[in-house]
Design a protein around this ligand. Sequence first.
Ligand code: CO6
Length: 489
Amino acid sequence: MAAMTRGSSAVFRRLLIQQYRRRCFQGRSHSALGSLPATPHRKLATCGGSFRMLGRPLHTSAARTGAVVQFKLSDIGEGITEVTVKEWYVKEGDKVSQFDSICEVQSDKASVTITSRYDGVIAKLYYRADDVALVGKPLVDIETDSASDVTQEEDVVETPAMAREEHTHQEIKGVKIQATPAVRRLAMENNIKLSEVLGSGKDGRILKEDILDFLAKQTGAILPPSPFHEIPARPLAAPSPAPRPPPVAPQRVFAGKDVTEPLKGFHKAMAKSMTAALSIPHLGLCDQVDLSRLVALRAELKADAQCRGIKLSFMPFFIKATSLCLSHFPILNASLDEGCQNITYKASHNVGVAMDTSLGLLVPTVKNVQLLSILEVAQELNRLQALGTAGQLGTADLSGGTFSLSNIGSIGGTYAKPVIRPPEVAIGALGKIQVLPRFDASGHVIAAHVMNVSWSADHRLVDGATMCRFSNMWRDFLHNPAGMLLHLK
Ligand code: CO6
């Protein structure tokens, strides 16, 4: 992709960033800036920053050598030490302006676009596509247009997890606020509450320009649009179900000669995380659930949800039932520290959902399920699915899980043996719902909708009886979904 020029935009953005910094660091000596501790305010630098993603921004830091600026891949948290360079959008000799996309990198959490901080010419690329780029090492050199162009680099700092969660939740709860995920992300990155922004789009939809105007009013500067991709919003009145990920691409054929190559990207991340996971002693428990009533109930409610622009599958019921059960079995929503000395009981029920995305298997989390209605869970799942399909799930959506569910049945699997995702202590795998003969209360054979469920739990914390009681309660809620009503808040 050729580099785009954006000269005047760059000037305005720089102006905004300078004004914002002045506002944020009032009263602090200039020389102290470089050593300032992390504060959420400084996160605004992401709007002129180098990485764009949901939640925690990836970013670079620069070391200046004359007019050549060296970008280094900074610590991006979550224990990530390397990313795979998926694609370069520039080559050596290309002219770039601030905020032009430079390359796409893939961590085990998300795919991220890195953008330029400077106007200048690409002097050196340190990696080829598919290479593994290391945190703390140079990524690209840019020869800047003039030495004065080079502003003092600041480390971009993540918003504390708590604040991020609150903000996300505020957005989930605000069902009337209409905005695309990209606009929500822009707002979140800049700590703007969507409820405070006036939407100028159809039916009050908040557009990217509204966020930029809001920012400009706050800072007194004009901010041109930033180069990030928007995910088209699905119309509320006439929703279409989230598109399924495309069929698996044809596999490479190996014939005649074995091929050995380094493990990269997702495979590497999976090898690491699964090796860690299997150091946990797993306890397994399986059961069957008769979902006939739920199948009928969902058929009844599906059209209602659809009128509200929400696709209602079985998952929201499974997720909500899980949360109701977690309230009774907090040990299953806990974590154990590395030395096996302390248990932390988590207040939020953040249910991770294994998702077959365009980038592979990812586990985004539906946060604070204990506070959400089934419809709100469905809405959030729809949002995550749309992001997953677009390959745009970011760290905020992919982290913070406290319990996981894997619906292997939506692909067609009947049984599975799920692997716990540390620091969580339990996970459930759901098979496909099958119509099978069963006996009713009078001993007559009936056609029932039956699903297998398999639980795995960390046997250092959870015993079989606890897992079984949890499973019984979960099974009963879903066998008789009306019973859930009594427990919904
Ligand atoms: N049985 C029958 N029908 C199902 C099931 C099951 N288990 N699950 C979904 N569906 C139906 C669902 O109700 C939809 O029906 P309609 O509304 O009538 O069209 C339809 O299938 C499509 O549902 P969709 O997949 O779009 O949405 P859902 O909310 O059910 O699932 C999702 C969301 C994110 C879980 C799913 O899209 C997905 O990605 N599934 C794959 C998850 C995966 O890869 N799991 C493997 C992880 S590795 O578990 C693992 C232990 C090892 C083996």
